[in-house]
Design a protein around this ligand. Sequence first.
Ligand code: MN
Length: 203
Amino acid sequence: MFERIKLPYSYDALEPHIDKLTVETHYEKHHKTYTEKFNDLMKKASDMDGKSAYEVLHSLDKLPEEIRTGVRNNGGGFYNHNLYFESLSPDGGKPSGKLAEMLDRDFGGAEKMLEKLDDAATTKLFGSGWSWLVLKDGKLDIAISPNQDLPSQKEKCVELLPLDMWEHAYYLKYKNDKKSYVEAFNTIVNWQVVGERLEKAKV
Ligand code: MN
């Protein structure tokens, strides 16, 4: 049984950057539905019992064909939203240690990295999808993915920070103003969590 992370803050904790109704709807409706559908589909793949969602999403070709697309979309939705909600915090601090060093080395600092993350999100991605900070070939890099895909399904990398660019992530408050949404996102990144992901990453 795959379970959503418990939201590590209250629905209104990210105000005014992300409003209460958006967080509540995103977590209680969208994330919940991805999770339920993923669990439902995985009942038809009992030989995957015991595998993590990440492992399932990286062995889609081993699934029965009839559930492959559903698992790709809903399992991806489940996995990505756990990462996303965990990546936000009303008081996310600043990058430190190895993360701060690598942000300086590979981008010239966190601000410059966020500019690239936001630029990829608002100008390179078309339609629903995600913009990402990833670790690839020993360096930090920016990637985009369509729908609920992960960059690591396409190339060897580790996802460190996801930016959800589905309209449901921002439309209630920001309407079509993606730029204001990504600027708000920049201020509520949980840098400690991102740093921990980097420490654990092996690419
Ligand atoms: Mn979303």
